[in-house]
Design a protein around this ligand. Structure first.
Ligand SMILES: Cc1cc2nc3c(=O)[nH]c(=O)nc-3n(C[C@H](O)[C@H](O)[C@H](O)COP(=O)(O)OP(=O)(O)OC[C@H]3O[C@@H](n4cnc5c(N)ncnc54)[C@H](O)[C@@H]3O)c2cc1C
Length: 100
């Protein structure tokens, strides 16, 4: 039986002043990069560094948002297209060498 996969826009990662989302709660994605769990772990690493690095949560959450939305958005885009590693010469370093 066919099934659909719900996809949240990476923009729903946007924080309020007191609550912030991470992982599938804000950017569940199609499985074609096998990256949903990796993105959640990266979110956690970046968010913890932002909270440790800024005195106020609003700034920490804003930096977290600005850091994560472009990357998660690109992973979502490629996962939706189901085009990951379909060719032998694609540049994959941006994905595997990401330093959170
Ligand atoms: C079959 C399959 C294969 C996958 N393979 C890969 C892979 O190879 N690589 C990869 O990177 N990703 C993979 N993923 C995706 C990955 O599993 C998810 O993206 C990842 O688990 C998301 O983590 P999360 O912490 O955001 O959410 P979750 O792992 O869903 O964690 C949410 C937790 O919150 C709990 N919870 C929910 N509601 C409440 C509540 N009201 N109160 C308290 N607790 C609550 C849930 O029980 C759950 O434990 C796969 C997913 C599936 C389904």
């Amino acid at each position: 039986m066919p099934f659909s996969i719900a996809i949240a826009s990476a923009s729903s990662l946007r924080p309020s002043s007191r609550i912030v989302l991470m992982g599938d709660a804000c950017h569940a994605m199609r499985p074609y990069m096998a990256a949903g769990g990796a993105m959640a772990i990266e979110d956690a690493a970046v968010l913890s560094r932002c909270i440790a690095g800024f005195d106020d949560l609003r700034t920490a959450f804003s930096v977290y948002e600005a850091t994560r939305i472009p990357r998660v958005g690109e992973v979502q885009r490629i996962s939706i297209a189901n085009s990951w590693m379909h060719g032998p010469t694609e540049d994959v370093d941006w994905f595997f060498d990401y330093d959170a």
